[in-house]
Design a protein around this ligand. Structure first.
Ligand code: SF4
Length: 195
């Protein structure tokens, strides 16, 4: 049964300690998966709040992401509707300008295995440059151009900037994102969940 396989795989992920020696707070892989999920969110890596609560997107970035998606917490945290698999499943630590990048070995170890067990995914939100670099071939160099050309990646992928409060300046400089892209994204999701 694929449900059992997915659950077994999720257990393996939660027990992963592959790069624990590099993680300042130790390993605590945070993912959300369910066989029926049709939307997948691929973000960056947990921050400290997510690490301590083990709840994905349980922070101001998550609040903004849900606002962008027009989605309440009940749907967002239903694993049979929404799967959440970041590029790195554990908090990677802090660098000079914010959190460190997600650990590279994480996506290589786990993403393809998890995707194989999520056969109903129709739309994948690529939140931030790390997810876009990993999933989009022949994309423009900058995140801004990648998001601006969102229609190039339809219908399966939808690139987004990271909703971190640190990106407030990017949002201010690129009003087309909230004016044009977000309504298109919400329409896509409405169609997805109505189907
Ligand atoms: S970041 Fe990924 S590879 Fe490293 S310990 Fe966590 S789950 Fe394993």
């Amino acid at each position: 049964m694929i449900d059992d396989e997915l659950e077994r795989l999720a257990q393996q992920v939660r027990q992963c300690r592959a790069c624990e020696t590099e993680l300042p707070l130790g390993a605590n892989p945070v993912i959300q998966v369910g066989r029926q999920a049709r939307l997948l969110i691929v973000g960056q890596a947990p921050g400290t709040k997510v690490h301590h609560s083990s709840i994905p997107w349980n922070d101001p970035s998550g609040d903004r992401l849900r606002e962008w998606l027009g989605m309440d917490k009940a749907r967002f945290y239903d694993p049979q509707q929404v799967a959440i698999i970041p590029m790195g499943f554990c908090y990677p630590g802090r660098g000079q300008s914010g959190d460190l990048p997600p650990r590279k070995e994480c996506a290589q170890l786990w993403h393809q295995q998890l995707l194989k067990q999520l056969p109903n995914i129709e739309v994948i939100l690529l939140v931030g440059q790390y997810a876009q670099n990993y999933y989009l071939a022949d994309k423009p160099k900058t995140l801004t151009d990648t998001v601006r050309q969102w229609q190039n990646w339809a219908p399966r992928y939808f690139p987004l900037p990271h909703p971190s409060p640190r990106n407030a300046l990017w949002l201010k400089k690129n009003p087309w994102f909230e004016e044009d892209v977000l309504p298109a994204l919400r329409a896509r999701l409405e169609h997805l969940f109505a189907g």
